[in-house]
Design a protein around this ligand. Sequence first.
Ligand SMILES: Cc1ncc(COP(=O)(O)O)c(C=O)c1O
Length: 515
Amino acid sequence: MKGSHGSIDHERLSGGAALLEHADGLADALSLALDEASSQPLSTRLYHSLREWIQAGRLASGQRLPSTRQLAHELGLGRNTVLAAFDQLLAEGFLTTRHGAGTFVADLPFQQAQVNASSDIAAPRPVRAVEPLLSSRGSALLAFCHARQEPFSAFVPGVPALDRFPHGQWLRLLRRHQQRMPAAWLSYQAQGGVPMLREALADYLQLSRSVRCRPEQILIVQGAQQGFELIVRLLTDSGDEVWLEEPGYHGAQACFAAAGLEMTSVAVDGEGMNVEALARPGSPRLIYVTPSHQYPSGVTMSLARRLALLEAAERHDAWVVEDDYDSEFRYAQRPVAALQGLVENSRVIYVGTFSKVMYPGMRLGYLVLPEVLVEPFRRANARLHREGQYAVQAALAEFITRGHFSRHVRRMRDCYSWRQALLRKALAPAVARGLRLSEGQAGMHLVAWLDAPEHERILVERARSEGISLSPLSGYYLSSPGQPGLVLGYAGTVEAEIGRAGRWLAQAWCDLVEG
Ligand SMILES: Cc1ncc(COP(=O)(O)O)c(C=O)c1O
């Protein structure tokens, strides 16, 4: 490289703002830039410097650059090094060549904005904060996306006992299926999921949930959430009406809001969603329900209500979205049968997830579709989301057919029943002073009903400083004010923590109502 840096006007060049109109000036500035310590190859550094100066306007549009031979000579570099940098800049459109005339800086629009033509000093870049410019659908969605929950174990709802998951057994199956992947699984597929998994699921759903289905009606998706998304995309237009339970599930609410649907809340009472009480004459396209274990109240929908719901769906030509997220975990009696199987050819789309029985990070769920929707949903899913995770699906199929799945469900039922009992025991002093808890015959959480909104706010805040996460029940309502209370997930909380956090909550509640 050029050794006589004493002749370079460092002050002028190092400011980073001067125009580099002359070949000498350019060579000097490049020489300086290449002197800086860097582990990158010289041609890459040359490329970056030239590109940066073109973008900043220091090399003006149309400016002729020295030939590669001349520049290589001035910089003391091999010509190939300079050629490589020029070739890259030519390929990316920063430089152009004119036959026989040489290499020039391309005419690029951003240069004009940054260079003050009357001086050789670049104008200051206009400082303009980049705004997210979200769409109205994006903004509606974000209203339902709460900040990430603290990494506390007590009492985050919806998380299974990950400490009890049979990791070893699962990993062995997973490894085996990953090693045996047929070549077709490496490519694009549109089969609705691995057939083995759909067959295993169809058997399981018929037997355990009384769902009426053939394996072909099952579409494997990446969790219930993606299932809702697909349903909304294919069956609704912006402005369409959806009826949904109140209180209800944030995930479904978010999806409906993001699609610009008109959300009509239907009150939940002791028998589930009260469709008959809906005085409005509306005409829903979708009716979203969690009939086996209403989320978050825990109510099971009565048979009379189920029939009324199916009748309402028929009358309105609406689709019922049955979210059967955690019904495996029922403690007193057998799990109640799914709404989907109650009558033949019902207008029900059954949504299932492996997030609760397996683990949320698996991102696998499924839709059981009415026959007429099978083909459009399969095609749309393959186009919109693509299929994949075939080895995981195959491992899961074997996990089910070998009986590991049912065994794990039974073990978790015992575990959750025990964890719920521990929570009840810890909260007993509060219950003795009037705290009302949900029945907890099923599921992975309890609801503590409160009378005063103020109590909900104070308890949530105080708990946070104790490393305890309390989900405010009022947040599950679309209309305000929502009923105050606390949603207490116990399934994913280890026993000692249930004891500590439960005792703290009991004491905090007693202090509040007695003080
Ligand atoms: C009511 C309800 N539905 C569905 C899900 C499962 O969603 P996913 O399969 O997307 O994890 C949850 C998880 O918390 C839930 O609470």
